[in-house]
Design a protein around this ligand. Structure first.
Ligand SMILES: [Zn+2]
Length: 246
């Protein structure tokens, strides 16, 4: 099984994340948007270049919009110009794209293909295989589970177990143990073992480094990477490498 990870938006904490991945031999694709002018926590051009030599850099549009709400011309510009923006910084082709908020449709997929990308990631979770290069799903986001520790949005106060409710049917379908509902780390490990034991094609972990920091999840992330590093029959890949192997 391939193990791949991806990290969105291009924030400064990505550098810490890259070091953690490397400690356990893992690879990441970092989907970077240019920083808004007031954004102080963004990756610098030098850091983007540095990361491109150690992992993979993908494009994530210029202004991080919901693409399907734009005119086709504006969406085309966001998709194509962000490829150029990345390539100017890394000095090599950028073949991976990630739809902001996972917002996409057939027209957006066509634009991504026309711009010359080879793959595009969504925010779909709980998947362990795919034959859809322009709708690449993920397996699990690193995010508080089953409860959020800080409630910053009112609807989470009203429905603090929304994520558990959303995941539970698939967790049952995979026959995951009840302990998988207790913590993010338990869920990640159970999903990973299910994937290995049923000979699935990949496990795709994704997230935002700023959320790992905000929700205090560095420890859980490290424990999971360490767990993965101890399993046999795992290969480490950046996102675009999943294609050539499937
Ligand atoms: Zn994003």
């Amino acid at each position: 099984m391939d193990f791949t990870t991806s990290w969105d938006d291009g924030r400064a904490d990505d550098m810490r994340l890259a070091v953690l991945l490397e400690k356990y031999g893992a690879k990441g694709t970092f989907y970077v948007s240019p920083p808004p002018t007031h954004e102080k926590q963004a990756l610098t051009d030098g850091e983007i270049k540095d990361l491109s030599q150690r992992h993979e850099i993908g494009a994530h549009t210029i202004t991080h919009p919901k693409l399907t709400r734009l005119s086709l011309d504006d969406a085309r510009r966001e998709i194509a110009e962000s490829k150029t923006w990345i390539e100017e910084r890394i000095g090599k082709p950028c073949t991976a794209f990630c739809y902001p908020y996972g917002d996409e449709n057939t027209a957006m997929r066509t634009l991504v293909k026309e711009a010359g990308y080879e793959t595009a990631r969504t925010v779909e979770q709980l998947q362990l295989s795919s034959n859809d290069p322009f709708g690449m799903p993920t397996t699990l986001q690193i995010y508080p589970f089953p409860f959020r520790r800080k409630f910053t949005r009112w609807w989470h106060v009203i429905d603090p177990v929304a994520r558990l409710r959303m995941f539970y049917p698939t967790m049952r379908q995979y026959g995951l143990p009840l302990s998988a509902t207790c913590s993010w780390l338990n869920l990640a490990k159970a999903m990973f073992m299910y994937g290995l034991q049923t000979d699935q094609s990949f496990f795709h972990l994704w997230g935002h480094s700023w959320e790992v920091e905000k929700y205090g999840m560095w420890g859980e992330l490290e424990k999971f990477l360490e767990f993965v590093s101890k399993q046999d029959n795992v290969t480490y890949a950046v996102n675009s490498q999943l294609l050539s192997r499937s």
